[in-house]
Ligand binder design. Structure first.
Ligand code: BG6
Length: 482
């Protein structure tokens, strides 16, 4: 059974409270926590945005959001009503003004206070400045910043600088929701709570690592945001970089936030430059009955990449000879995110020449069907001599988890509770974000200076054919399937 550890009471000030993320993730996550007793009955959620909503309008919006995202069987009316009573709304303009005085009146002096910025990045800075000017920060305050944290190194440094004027680093929570995913944390447990893998977890035994984050959705509805960003900034600089760090990092001495983050930042700093030959960009065109990127983004032309494949190397003793292949894209064949550690084949086969030597593959599946599988070679059952076959040793979390744990799996729920607890392990530190941008900027500027353009791939496919050419020495991308 899951262990519910209630957090202390808190005031959560949610900027962008009427926005998509608030309705899809943040408000429903808080309700889940409330329902199971992790969020205390006297917490307070203060919704903030420019809209002139009343408390009751905001409660209605929250109710709809919860009913849309929760199974009816778990949303008992009394509990939902008690939750909604803890909500209020305070219209505020990011540039300051009267709303801020009103907001201050909602805040209780002696409880944990979290400011959650679920807004367009262009108003991150004005909001931080306005929070400071309204004198809303006390010792037990935290600030949560949604991605994107900057557009490049320069803008990330600037944002870090602005934040530092009002908050200590220990109060700043830069969210990457991939770090809140159950399997991502399990990767740490797998590596650092078992002795089995560590002796093999290096260039001597690992042939290569593949990380795929494939999405079947396009960018419809997000065109304004996406065309200025692209897959490299949207997915690689943050989510995939975090996954790569967790695979490649050295064991930290403890599971303390800074011990973990020290090791992750070392990996990012050890990433070698990626040349244009190691980097493939694509953009989805029409296919499988779906429109292409230009139609979805309502543009006549655009060189924004919706697909990226990269071959990169971590330049340290552990990984010097092991390539990491990364791939992410929109409108691909299926929604599938996984990390595969492909081990080297045995040095010699005792089973004769007709039996090729096979690789063990450890796959950590993030979504869908979360779980871990280990591909091993066995004797094919039955008669017919010593023939070998590959079978997966399967550990599917969905099968082994109770419904209660299933309901707890939401990444946002976990991350918001960590904010209240003051645990920064699953959040990015300033130096980590900046190091990730430094590496990303170098790749993007190399790509741009060569004047290369993304290859068009049909929607519903595996992405540009050129991505296959990144795989050398007979290696192959794993198939994209649910
Ligand atoms: C977001 C990106 O951070 O992550 C989106 O901005 C992407 O473009 C999303 O679709 C993917 O998240 P998940 O949890 O659905 O894999």
């Amino acid at each position: 059974m899951p262990k519910i550890i209630p957090v202390e009471t808190f005031d959560l000030v949610l900027f962008g409270a009427t926005g998509d993320l608030a309705r899809r993730e943040i408000i429903p996550s808080l309700f889940s926590g409330f329902r199971i007793g992790q969020v205390p009955p006297d917490f307070r959620l203060i919704g903030v945005s420019r809209s002139q909503l009343s408390d009751s309008d905001f409660r209605k919006l929250a109710q709809t959001a919860i009913l849309e995202t929760h199974d009816k069987s778990v949303t008992d009316e009394v509990c939902l009503e008690a939750f909604l009573q803890r909500l209020c709304f305070s219209p505020c303009d990011a540039s300051g003004g009267a709303g801020w005085e009103q907001l201050a009146t909602w805040l209780r002096p002696d409880v944990i206070r979290a400011f959650y910025l679920s807004v367009s990045p262009v108003i991150f800075e004005p909001i931080v400045i306005a929070i400071s000017a309204a004198d809303l920060v006390h010792e037990d305050s935290r600030i949560v910043i949604e991605k994107p944290f900057g557009q490049d190194l320069e803008s990330a440094q600037r944002l870090n600088h602005i934040l530092k004027q009002t908050f200590n680093e220990s109060q700043i929570y830069r969210i990457d929701h991939y770090l809140g995913k159950e399997t991502v944390q399990n990767l740490m447990a797998l590596r650092f709570a078992n002795i089995l893998f560590e002796p093999l977890w290096n260039s001597q035994h690992v042939d290569h690592v593949q990380i795929t984050v494939s999405e079947s959705i396009g960018i419809k509805g997000r065109q304004g945001y996406y065309d200025n960003v692209g897959a490299m900034r949207d997915m690689v600089q943050n989510h995939i970089m975090q996954l790569l760090c967790l695979v490649a990092m050295e064991p930290p001495a403890t599971f303390e936030p800074n011990a973990v983050r020290d090791e992750k930042v070392k990996v990012i700093r050890a990433l070698q430059d990626v040349t244009a030959d190691d980097f493939i960009c694509g953009q989805y065109g029409e296919g499988s009955g779906e429109a292409g990127y230009l139609t979805d983004s309502r543009l006549d032309r655009s060189t924004t990449e919706t697909f990226v494949a990269l071959r990169c190397r971590v330049g340290n003793w552990r990984w010097a000879r092991t390539p990491f292949y990364i791939r992410t894209g929109k409108r691909l064949r299926a929604r599938m995110s996984e990390i595969s550690v492909v081990f080297k084949s045995p040095p010699h086969s005792i089973f004769g020449q007709h039996e090729r030597r096979r690789n063990n593959v450890l796959t950590i599946r993030l979504q869908p069907n979360e779980g871990i599988t280990m591909q091993v070679t066995i004797k094919e059952p039955g008669l017919g001599g010593m023939r070998l076959a590959e079978v997966p040793l399967d550990m599917s979390f969905a099968d082994s988890l109770t419904p209660e744990i299933g309901a707890l799996k939401n990444a946002y729920e976990r991350l918001i509770m960590d904010v209240i607890r003051g645990n920064q392990t699953l959040f990015m530190r300033n130096d980590e974000v900046e190091a990730a941008w430094e590496w990303t900027d170098r790749i993007l500027s190399a790509w741009e200076s060569e004047g290369r353009r993304p290859e068009i791939y049909p929607a519903g496919s595996d992405g540009p054919a050129a991505a296959g050419a990144l795989m050398e020495f007979g290696r192959q991308w794993r198939s994209i399937q649910e």
